[in-house]
Design a protein around this ligand. Sequence first.
Ligand code: HEM
Length: 511
Amino acid sequence: MDPLLPLLAYYRTLGPFGILSAAVAAYYLPLVIYRLYFHPLARFPGPKLAAVTGWYECYYNLVKGGKFFLKLDDLHKRYGPIIRINPHEIVINDPTFYNEVYVAGNTRRTELYAGSHHMTKNHEHHRRRRKPFEPFFSRAGIDKIEHVIVNEAKVLDARLKEESAAQNVINLDYVFAAFNGDIVARICCEMEAGLMKKPEFGKDLHDLVGRLVSRLPFVVYFPQLISLAMKIPTPLLLSLSPGAGEWNMFREHINAVKQETLASTTIPEASRSSVFRHVLSPGVLPPSEASTERLANEVLAILGAAVGATPRALSVTVYHILADRKIRDQLREELAGVMGGWPEADSAPTWQELERGLPFLRNVVKEGLRLSYGTLRHLPRVSPDTAIQYNEWTVPPGIPVGMSGWSMHTNPDVFPNPLAFNPDRWVGDYDPRMNKSYVPFSRGSRSCLGMNLAYAELYWAVAVLFRPGAPDFELFETRDEDVSVAVDFFVPMPRTDSRGLRIMVHPAGGK
Ligand code: HEM
């Protein structure tokens, strides 16, 4: 008799549901046992359920709506500074260790756990792709395009003066989306987006970003969605999302620049007028990296990174200035010296002079960035060649390790009363761990490419809005919870029912 016959007879008694359950158990049981007892991370602290399945983290982010960053705080309280948060990943919460995880490119190789250089996994490939962009976004590079920011600051000022004449209520989230969108469109593609002149400022851009951002968690957990979206024909995509038509303009700009630079052998005068004139200048980008498709992805990454984060940081900063009369007055007093006659005065400070010369402004911007976090997520990084040693724990090479910006910025040992906006915490002889814990732009080889651009925009916007002679602003039906971070959609966002940062604009000296 065939030895399998009794087994088949037994399965027949189970019925289809029983057979399915047995098949699932036969597949998953060994996997569960492996992950709990034999996986290289088996001995690391953390909930057993998280060690068994990635659905644990997914549940807090997808079902509970971007709340894993808060759960992580609870887990650290229970399990300590190092935790296995899913079958494959480790998260550490210790400010003294940040620079060991997010290292410079020449310290050791760092790969992404997960197009554009942002999504480029391999260390060398990422460096090759990122390097050509770095001079454009360096401090000296931003000095050369500072006039774009100053012009936009003048448009912002003029528009707010118009609004003040009618004492209108406006939404500053839309204003900052416009301010940032106009600058980035100009810098990326020499495009005049003119958002600041639209009736509702950058409302459309703000809402588009909001919609995209709210879908990001799905893309993070189901990256297959990106490949699926790429397969949608452009006309269909445009009919589904009219705003997507704008993306094609980036392709057109890149193609036009390519045509112009193809024949030239020297770096043209205009090479600083857009990111892509710069990287497509002769000898800057290897031809293998210069396809229109790839550069268009690069635009998307830059725009995505820029239009989400900078306006959020501005909203958080400005809300806290408006919510505290003392901070507003002190800022205005400090700005009087350099910004008193702006924009009519002959001389104007540069963003670097604002940063260096005005300590209170610098600390206000610093607190704004601390409480807007950059990212709340734990930004996993992979060390492909060497183990990472954290106290007695050896994380083997190839295992993603991350640290969360939220945990770093709200550690009450380092930042007492961490959710309070307090520029004075950065004055005098403060705890050196504060600088170590301050990571709005992350650190190391994959840190924010646009940090200097973001700083220049923040300094200019805050200096213009709160200088003597600027219109007066009053919060309108806006409370802390309308602005403060409540959900992690990869970009930190306030609660989903917030109506945004609304203010009433009065003429200068009117309030
Ligand atoms: C206040 C504003 C900003 C904040 C707080 C911020 C924060 C961050 C953070 C935390 C990262 C690391 C993300 C990760 O590891 O996955 C990042 C990456 C990046 N940011 Fe920003 N960012 C800001 C503005 C900008 C701007 C204006 C640009 C425009 C150029 C930009 C471009 C990028 C790019 C291209 C990356 C990817 C870098 C790489 O992988 O090499 N960011 N940013």
